[in-house]
Design a protein around this ligand. Structure first.
Ligand code: ZN
Length: 448
């Protein structure tokens, strides 16, 4: 899902994402498959990480997946109990089915840059592919990996790809450590913490200290905001040091090109400040050298920009852009758990991204189709809904702002509502109480 802080105009093109309900819309057959229990990790998994790489291709109307490779990586950094993502966020999910018992033993949700590209004008006239990959705990036995994506109209998940894997397949590549990993902050055990990996792009071999300083600044930014401040003991932050050939980041719109390890660049989809890389596989190749669940890329640039996509990666410029720390935290809100942008674009009244009559899957936006499944219970009696924001309210300390349903969010002026007048997902303010509660809930799951 498009989660660039900075140039949301591309969303207006032919954006597609939204969910029917806040819950996962399961395909019919899923009901017939058993689910792994919380105490069954050791029965089904080895303790390593397995990675499955594929090409995600298509155009504005269709998408396809094709096999690239399978490889083993280091220790599984995720929970050994929370193996089935229950939140229903995202545009895609994948699951691992144990062949012998026909049982779902792992499931996780995510979004992709490809899905955003599908909303651009280019996707209407051409076909292209993006290298993608997912990681999961390494199964002990033969398994099937299945990938689901939301139908463009109904928004219900449909199965798009299936691959039967043999665990003794000699084509499964072994893990070989290539880069140095550095502990930035260790709050708890790998299994019971959120493990974040910070990756460099555009830093040369001589700029290691500059990158590590940026990692420290990233940590300080994250822990400067609730609810992360109070969760230090269940968050680990590690960096992988992997130098690039050239210093700096490509800015194609200005004719500036750099040879960098992860191919990050500005002008993604023609938007100057949307800084991303097309190649998730390159990103995962470097990330693999630290145990990780969540990736954030720090680029060697003083230019304002970044992006963040749910369970894909987040990205921000490491240089002093004026709002460096806030951009880190905002984009991390997207990449960690798919929080929606709560801001409004003046004059924007229609978007296929958030069509009327559909509830967004994001925890912090509602169209009232399923408000009960969102933060309705957090609104105190007597608070009018919709809730009005005016200068006298904004003059109060934010501790006195009521949780409500303020019109405007998801880039739209009308028909969609946010929980608070301002938020980190809106004006780089503090996270609103609804975002805080959603992050806490997500951390409770990840850190089980
Ligand atoms: Zn919020």
């Amino acid at each position: 899902m498009k989660r660039a802080l900075i140039a949301p105009f591309i969303l207006l093109l032919l954006a597609t994402g939204c969910a029917v309900k806040n819950a996962q819309s399961e395909p019919k057959e899923a009901a017939q498959l058993a689910l792994i229990g919380e105490a069954e990790y050791d029965k089904y998994f080895t303790g390593e990480t397995m990675r499955f790489d594929f090409q995600h291709s298509g155009n504005s109307d269709e998408e396809h997946y094709s096999y690239d490779r399978m490889k083993r990586e280091g220790e599984w950094a995720g929970s050994r109990k929370a193996l089935i993502n229950p939140f229903g966020y995202g545009e895609q999910y994948f699951r691992i089915v144990d062949t012998e018992e026909n049982k779902i033993i792992y499931q996780n949700n995510y979004c992709t840059l490809f899905n955003e590209w599908q909303t651009t004008a280019e996707a209407q006239t051409t076909t292209r592919s993006y290298p993608e990959g997912v990681i999961f705990p390494c199964p002990k036995r033969n398994f099937t990996i299945e990938i689901f994506a939301r139908n463009k109209v109904s928004k219900v998940f449909e199965k798009k790809f299936s691959y039967n894997a043999r665990i003794d397949d000699y084509n499964i590549e072994p893990y070989k450590k290539k880069y140095e990993s550095v502990d930035i902050h260790i709050g708890g055990t790998i299994a019971n913490s959120l493990d974040i990996v910070l990756l460099p792009d555009g830093f040369t071999a001589e700029e290691k200290d500059k990158f590590l300083d940026a990692c420290k600044a990233w940590q300080d930014a994250l822990f400067g905001y609730a609810p992360f401040t109070g969760n230090k003991s269940r968050i680990n932050i590690r960096a992988v040091w992997a130098p690039s050939q050239e210093s700096g980041i490509s800015v194609p719109g200005k004719g500036e090109w750099k040879e960098t390890l992860l191919d990050c660049r500005f002008y993604t989809f023609g938007s100057e400040r949307y800084q991303m890389t097309d190649n998730l596989q390159k990103v995962r190749d470097v990330a693999a050298d630290a145990p990780y669940e969540s990736i954030f890329i720090l680029t060697n640039s003083d230019k304002y920009g970044g992006g963040g996509i749910y369970n894909f990666y987040g990205l921000g410029s490491a240089g002093k852009t004026g709002k460096t720390g806030e951009v880190y935290v905002h984009e991390f809100g997207h990449s960690l758990m798919g929080l929606g942008d709560e801001y409004v674009e003046k004059g924007n009244t229609v978007s296929a991204l958030y069509p009327a009559g559909k509830e967004p899957w994001e925890a912090n936006l509602t169209t009232f189709v399923n408000f009960n499944g969102k933060w309705e219970k957090m609104i105190k009696e007597g608070t009018p809904v919709p809730t009005i924001v005016n200068d006298s309210l904004l003059a109060l300390p934010d501790t006195e702002w009521p949780v409500g349903a303020y019109e405007g969010g998801g880039y739209l002026e009308k028909g969609i509502y946010r929980p608070w007048p301002k938020c980190m997902m809106n004006q780089l303010y503090n996270f609103c109480p609804v975002c805080c509660a959603a992050i806490e809930k997500y951390l409770d799951y990840i850190c089980k």
